[in-house]
Ligand binder design. Sequence first.
Ligand SMILES: [Zn+2]
Length: 452
Amino acid sequence: MIDLVIKNCRILLPWNANNISIAIDSEKIVGISNDTNAPQSREIIDAKGNFVLPGMIDMHTHFRDPGYTEREDFQCGTMAAAIGGVTTVMDMPNNLPPVSTLSGLRNKQDVIANKAYVDYTLAGAIGQGSFDDAIGLAKAGVVAFKTMMLKQEMKGQSVNSDSDIIRAFSEVAKTGRTCLIHAENENLINEATEELIASGRVDPTVWDESRPIISEIEAISRAITLARETSVHLHICHISSGNAIEIVSRAKHSGQNLTAETCPNYFLLTSDIMKKFGPYAKIQPPIRKSGQNLLWQGINDGTIDVIASDHAPYTSSDKEVGWKNIFKARSGGPGVETTLPLLLNCVNKGQMSLFRLIEVFSANPAKILGIFPQKGSIQVSSDADFVIVNMNQEMTIESKALHSKQKVTLFDGEKVVGTPIMTIVRGKVIMREGQIVTKPGTGKFISGRIDS
Ligand SMILES: [Zn+2]
């Protein structure tokens, strides 16, 4: 007798199959069959003919824990993830103390150990002051490294010069992990910002002008060029501008080990959103005036490998100061809970296929993080992580309903068709019909390949 059978599933195999049963034992998938051939199990879940997808993997979250838990913490963040059909996250290292050293990693693991509702992987920080820590962090299980081409308040997270960038890439290459980069050219941004401030233009609508598209294009090009000097797998985070796609595409066609990510804010919204949400729509890179069609093209032709939320909540005092002067507000906002409903709606509108959704929001992140096919796939011996989605169920996205600490979403009031109705992590139901049905601590740390 096995633990669980999910019956009456519709799954993509990649062909579309109905009346499928998925058999689960000891947290793993142990069989996939027709309903009539399903084994005996202690528990049965009826998927009622709905699509059962591999659990979503959001590889870009900032759950702020430890250090900034007034903005978000691991419990709220992973609860929001579970509600949104996300079964594994990768959390970024810029908490306090940052995950740029082994002790920073151990400290974070201790603090968050009993807080998670879904599984989590962790990224290490690499940059000036932390180059020597990469090997140790990789051995301790971080699945990727993140660096920023923007100066950071804390040491060890950013690269200040081109030789720093090469150094970071070389050190990460030695670990066999992926190097994630936030690519923006700080000099161009500083000059544009100073000009705007000097002319008295500091209201929220100038935000995208202060970080011109060329600052992103230049930084992405440079990162790609420098990465070529090493054998690192480079992953470009949160591409905001459709014009940057061409550079990524060219480098990929030349055979470079390169992947790219974008976020719903960039392809579903335009900079007009600043008028309505002001500082709450301040993110970096900024939401652009145009070019969203090029991002869509990149998502569907494979140039963009990953959709992630860049979930990065702030308190209202971090944000409210920005109505008068946008440069004083913090950059970021929540997203882990709304990404899947938004994407299911895009599938229903014919903007992407369900198959492509699974690739960019589950399988590809798992591959990039080196945790595939344990995660990101419905196949025998994979972890039993699923989200069941009702493709016909309508929901209205509402700020006040968010489970994150920051209760403002730029999609407030938006009606979407397609709703995650059940989230299952390693065979355990975490969310049912929008309600959390388990206790924190169910989620566990998933490490990268330890053999490096
Ligand atoms: Zn981020």
